[in-house]
Design a binder for this molecule. Sequence first.
Ligand code: NG6
Ligand code: CA
Length: 510
Amino acid sequence: MIRSFVVCSFITFWTAFASASERPNIIVIMADDLGYGDVGCYGATEVKTPHIDQLAAEGLRFTSGYCSASTCTPTRFSLLTGTYAFRQKGTGIAAPAAPAIIKPGTETMASLLKKAGYTTAVIGKWHLGLGDPAPDWNGELKPGPLEIGFDHCYLLPTTNDRVPQVFVNDHRVQNLNAQDPLWVGNKPPSPDHPTGITHRDTLKMNWSHGHNNTIHNGISRIGFYTGGKDARFRDEDLADEWVKHSDAWIEANQKQPFFLYFASHDIHVPRIPHERFQKATSLGLRGDSIVQLDWCVGELMKTLDRLKLTEKTLIIFCSDNGPVLDDGYQDGAVEKIGTHQPAGPFSGGKYSVQEGGTRTPFITRWPGRIRPGISDEVVCTVDLSASLAALTGVTLPADACLDSMPVMPALLGESGAKGRDHLLQQDNGVSGNFGLRTGPWKLMRVKQPTKTQATVSRKKTAESSKVHRLYHLPDDPAETKDLSDENPDKTKELIEKLETILSAGRTRQP
Ligand code: NG6
Ligand code: CA
């Protein structure tokens, strides 16, 4: 169902451009750990997000927009491949020295759009591994994005609480001095190597769990490294760097259709926004990082305006998983949360298969083509590959994008268009926990309980020891009342459907 802001007489105008295939510029902005309730247009009042709100006001805001997993690597894997991460081993949260998880030869969103004539780039957090069998930090970092369809990449290789803090520009660590090679490992390189444990009193941000290995910029991280001093960045400068690089890349590629995957690191830990954003909110550094993310969105919009590309560009804004407060550093997120509700009306958050884990902000904007409004259709980041292929007239190979549903008409808000008819939710991939939503019903399979910090979600969820639980989302968005005993047939039907999805190898019919 689509609720439109515009009167019906405009409909002919908004749909007049529909044709067999279209090639707008495409920017997918993926936020990191941003929850459903973390931005103004989804109900936040204690942090202001004027640019994301503007995107929603000029586009389509989804109330049932999801990412496919409640942690980063599996969502990003399935975003790019169109296949659920649980189908491939080794797609859980990637370690600092993880090899490339998406193998060359795999069809991806980028390789599909290249077939449609697009120039492609990923700028920002990668966290899908580099190299084979391990990253060669001082040599060529391949395979990586360039071997799976991207023409250019400018990356934070893992995630910023993991080592190393360097930019990867195409196949090389940027500014690496050959006299000072970069070494990365999972054990201390020497007994006297300073760590977050041995030098805890020197840290500018203290850790709360994990994150106590090598120190860089006064922050201890996951993993160890030495060398590469000239190549290292300051955490405070990350967002500026993504924006500057994106601006230049868009300008250089404005003549042909382009696809930019803008993978912001905000609001993942360590939350160290630029000094000009620090103290921007009463929510501490987590809130300040939301303001920085919003600024990035505004800068991308300004670049499009400046180059007169706004009406030629489809922007898709989403998140890689739901919210978390203390994710390993004492940054005030828990203490300063006030009345802010990061997961909005939902329960759970990052790491969980409750709604808060994967139901996240999801906005599409394409002025002149998408009629502004709100959509209740179910869409998921895993659908973007098949949907963008359909939009641009690329035929999907039968053996690619195994779970990606072509829901482009729903993403464009076309009249009567339907989203997906079921929605699968996974966590990091090893617990055996899954969620399955069809229509108003949500089945949860809980093999291992997930701890969600009470402050992420204020909703009291009923403790249940049952593996399979059933919820009616319109009446109970916070999944507090297990209705499986009252609805045994529905429960059985959904258990069978879940087992089929898990074992069938694919859900998209070729
Ligand atoms: C967890 C880390 C957490 C975060 C997460 C990945 C610990 C104790 N926790 O293992 O801090 O890095 O991995 O987040 O180390 S994600 O958004 O990239 O998936
Ligand atoms: Ca994340």
